[in-house]
Design a protein around this ligand. Structure first.
Ligand SMILES: NC(=O)c1ccc[n+]([C@@H]2O[C@H](COP(=O)([O-])OP(=O)(O)OC[C@H]3O[C@@H](n4cnc5c(N)ncnc54)[C@H](O)[C@@H]3O)[C@@H](O)[C@H]2O)c1
Length: 333
């Protein structure tokens, strides 16, 4: 796969390393508005650098474009790349709203190319292990799930502009909790939410009614001292309990040296040896997605998973704005 990368900011650098390490990928070009940043990043790769993505798409032979840009650019850049006959790999969230996800999916289908979404925490080993335990019935009937995201110190830059971000904390770092809840709890049928300022939120509580009959709560907030990054997932089943202490917590914050996955089975608490790091989960996500597409397969996380997360986020915004419980239909626009 001849792979080009656009956006060499925080996550773009992690993708760059992952592409270099991916046996199925060859880095052929990069693009960033800040050409000097891009030149420094790929000095050793000798990949051509562009400050204009369209020019890169027209001048280079590219099989797949990896898009690591602010949220409002996911839709237009994905459509341009697909129009040029490229597969696309999108950082989370797939796009700002479900209708934009549908436009990307329809365009890809008509061009016969694939869409992958980097939901990296779906590749985080403790989450994978917890999912396996649920699927195998080890925790019994899972009736209750909980996810927490406490970040001390607010993310700045384009994330503070709702026109670029599409919302506040929920659509940004919150999306990892959303797709992880969907992965562990299955499809969601109802959503209700409370937020301090919907679509510009610094704190939120989202409650989920799973199609299985179970319930879930996702809580997130920026209000805390610098250095705190506490992301947890808890699963409460009829036979056991599972707890994951963070993915990002281990590099963003000071919550280290605690077991990543603990569970209670048969009356006994155990620490699972499935440890991992955030950057390894990003690398595994990028590698798995590119490798699947290179093999002619659907990627393990594609437009259906990307759209489901975005649909849930927008339902939470609607609920926070109206006070109503929102029923998810999954209907395509
Ligand atoms: N998976 C994760 O844990 C994770 C972490 C951080 C960010 N992200 C996601 O990655 C994406 C990017 O976030 P980030 O934190 O890396 O942002 P960032 O601001 O650090 O980087 C964005 C880069 O895009 C460049 N850019 C902006 N407009 C451009 C254009 N028109 N053409 C070319 N380059 C352009 C900017 O110059 C910048 O270098 C977002 O979707 C975000 O949600 C995911």
């Amino acid at each position: 796969m001849k792979v080009a990368l656009c956006g060499l900011g925080e996550i773009g650098h992690v993708h760059l390393d992952a592409i270099r390490d991916c046996a199925a990928a060859e880095l052929v070009a990069v693009s960033d508005l800040d050409e000097h940043l891009a030149e420094r990043a790929v000095a050793e790769d000798r990949a051509p650098v562009y400050d204009d993505i369209d020019q890169m798409l027209s001048e280079q032979e590219i099989d797949l474009l990896d898009i690591c840009l602010p949220h409002n650019l996911h839709l237009p850049v994905a459509l341009d790349a697909i129009g040029a006959g490229c597969h696309v790999l999108l950082e989370k969230p797939m796009a700002i709203d479900p209708a934009s996800c549908d436009r990307i999916t329809a365009a890809a289908r008509s061009k016969g190319v694939r869409v992958a979404v980097s939901h990296n925490q779906a590749f985080f080993r403790p989450h994978v292990r917890l999912h396996e335990m649920i699927e195998a019935g080890e925790l019994g009937e899972v009736h209750s799930l909980y996810a927490r995201l406490w970040i001390g110190g607010k993310y700045r830059g384009w994330r503070e502009d709702p026109d670029q971000s599409g919302g506040g904390l929920l659509i940004d770092a919150g999306v990892h909790r959303i797709y992880t809840m969907l992965m562990l709890g299955g499809p969601v049928s109802t959503v209700s939410a409370v937020m301090d300022s919907p679509r510009f939120e610094d704190s939120f509580v989202v409650t989920l009614g799973f199609a299985s009959g179970g319930t879930g709560v996702i809580q997130g907030a920026y209000h805390g001292p610098e250095g705190v990054f506490d992301d947890r997932i808890e699963v409460f089943g009829s036979k056991g309990v599972g707890q994951v202490t963070g993915c990002e917590a281990f590099f963003e914050g000071d919550l280290r040296d605690v077991p990543q996955l603990r569970y209670r089975l048969d009356g006994e608490w155990r620490d699972d040896p499935a440890t991992d790091t955030w950057d390894a989960s990003v690398a595994r996500s990028v590698d798995s997605l590119i490798t699947a597409i290179a093999a002619g397969d659907d990627p393990p996380v594609g437009p259906a998973e990307g759209r489901a997360a975005v649909e849930l986020i927008q339902a939470a915004y609607r609920s926070a704005e109206t006070g109503a419980v929102v029923t998810l239909t999954g209907e395509r626009s």
